[in-house]
Design a protein around this ligand. Structure first.
Ligand code: AMO
Length: 471
């Protein structure tokens, strides 16, 4: 059997074929007996006949039931089934009677259905449904997330998560093609990497521990240990009290780290990876984009188009960015963070993906490379840290790392951190350390760009924010 993405789906004990297969290969299957299974999208017909519209992961197909052709009780149970119940039917493939067309009009392509001889309701759906699956009843995001198991059955929502899987697949395959290997770092940790205030504390037997904010220190240790190019796709936890469309308290961070690389080298890796993801989606997954657009159209929302970005992405240094913001009337001084409303002014000039390299050292974490030789236009110390933005949103932070242990320890002290708390990390630099660089990309933020979603919660299956820990 063939799945929705061309993969092989072996027949199982519950079905010999997917609905998509019968729909697409119906002409060759006429008269063949098949067993299919799916959700009941509509059950129509009274008396001795019943039309059952089934849906599975590959599409829709109509099953036609006639009381005379099957066990009467089975017929009655299926005819009485509520929408979204799961139903298995066995029958022969037949061509549907073609609709009448006006003279001279071409005949529509043949459609197929199943003439049912046997079947069973596998699980009856309760009524009413808390959120509509086929009907477009407007419910808020919170109700949808409370009922994600049903929300996911909606075609465009399902398409979002198929795309999410594709993005991870294409990202992985690109990095592997560039010699990166996948690693996994611990999520239970003893000290912060991204600043101490937003850690979730946990009790770890007799001692205190935290949930990891980033694989940062561990991906560096892996590289220092000789795994020259690594990547990790894993959860990061931040106890931030943000309540915005782009912040969650648990998110999937897509990280890389590479030895013998500087900030520019890893920016190149990142733009090549994004280019690969967009090219692959463009080539293989237009059907998923179409499903999303079909919904957007029904809501009068702007449709998305997967335009493969051209390389290289623009690089706008921090100093230039400050000048752009000032010229656009924004209030900002050298050394300030570039906030979303500032990003709007930059995005007016650079609407797509753009890097913001060479941030002031004072704005970047202790592990970022101190560039003694580069001063900003107001004389401030620059670093080799960068961000990647799309429009007003930050997608990625990264940079070359500090590999000189004395500077690293001084950076820690400058940021009021005690080097003694970080010996498990700094010790990794005492026995020869290659210059290295990397980045961390927020997967949900990238998906927001690709799918045109207005909120990261749309592209996270079970989001965790300040007011949500279930489902
Ligand atoms: P940073 O803290 O900037 O950098 O995080 C990297 C990227 O992760 C995403 N992100 C988030 N997404 C959703 N909710 C959040 N609360 C959230 N916080 C961050 C963003 C961000 O750009 N160690 C460095 C990376 C590195 O230098 O390699 C780090 O974690 O898209």
């Amino acid at each position: 059997m063939t799945g929705r993405d061309g993969s092989d789906w072996e027949a199982t004990n519950y079905r010999t074929h997917t609905l998509g297969e019968v729909r697409d290969a119906g002409a060759q299957m006429i008269g063949h007996e098949v067993t299919v299974a799916g959700y009941a999208e509509a059950v129509r017909g009274r008396g001795a006949i019943c039309f059952l519209m089934l849906r599975d992961g590959t599409g829709h197909l109509q099953a036609f039931l006639k009381k005379d052709n099957m066990n009467e009780e089975t017929f009655a149970t299926i005819q009485g089934a509520s929408r979204e119940s799961t139903i298995q039917v066995t029958g022969t493939v037949a061509q549907k009677r073609p609709p009448k067309v006006a003279e001279g009009e071409p005949n529509p392509p043949a459609e197929f259905e199943i003439n049912v001889t046997d079947g069973q309701v596998l699980a009856m759906s309760q009524t009413p449904l808390p959120v509509g699956v086929v009907d477009d009843v407007h419910v808020g995001l919170d109700t949808r997330l409370d009922n994600r198991h049903l929300d996911l059955r909606r075609q465009h929502v399902n398409a979002m998560f198929q795309l999410r899987s594709k993005v991870l697949q294409y990202g992985r395959e690109h990095l592997i093609s560039e010699g990166f290997m996948e690693m996994n770092s611990p999520k239970i940790i003893a000290s912060a990497s991204e600043g101490g205030t937003n850690l979730f504390p946990i009790k770890y037997f007799e001692t205190d521990a935290y949930l990891s904010q980033s694989p940062q220190l561990y991906k560096q240790l892996a590289v220092l240990g000789g795994l020259e190019r690594v990547f990790e796709i894993g959860p990061a936890f931040r106890a931030e009290k943000h309540d915005t469309y782009r912040h969650l308290n648990e998110f999937i961070s897509f990280d890389i780290e590479g030895a013998w690389m500087n900030d520019e080298d890893v920016m190149c890796v990142q733009e090549r990876m994004i280019h690969h993801i967009w090219s692959q989606v463009n080539a293989n997954d237009q059907n998923l984009i179409d499903m999303i657009n079909e919904y957007k159209e029904s809501q009068n929302e702007e449709k998305v188009a997967v335009e493969v970005p051209s390389l290289p992405f623009p690089r706008i240094s921090y100093c230039e960015a400050i000048d752009i913001v000032k010229a656009g009337g924004g209030e900002i001084e050298w050394g300030d963070d570039i906030e979303s409303h500032h990003c709007d002014l930059i995005a007016a000039k650079y609407p797509g993906f753009h890097f913001l390299p060479k941030w002031p050292m004072s704005m970047k974490p202790f592990y970022i490379f101190h560039d003694e030789n580069e001063k900003g236009n107001t004389g401030g110390q620059l670093s080799r840290g960068f961000d990647l933005n799309y429009g007003r949103d930050e997608m990625t932070s990264g940079g070359q790392r500090e590999h000189r242990v004395e500077v690293l320890e001084q950076n820690l002290r400058n940021m009021d951190l005690d080097p003694l708390d970080f010996t498990f990390y700094t010790d990794g630099f005492r026995y020869g350390a290659p210059p290295h660089a990397g980045w961390g990309l927020g997967v949900a933020r990238l998906l927001m760009v690709l799918t045109g979603a207005g909120n990261v919660r749309e592209v996270v299956l079970f989001p965790r924010d300040r007011s949500r820990v279930t489902p």
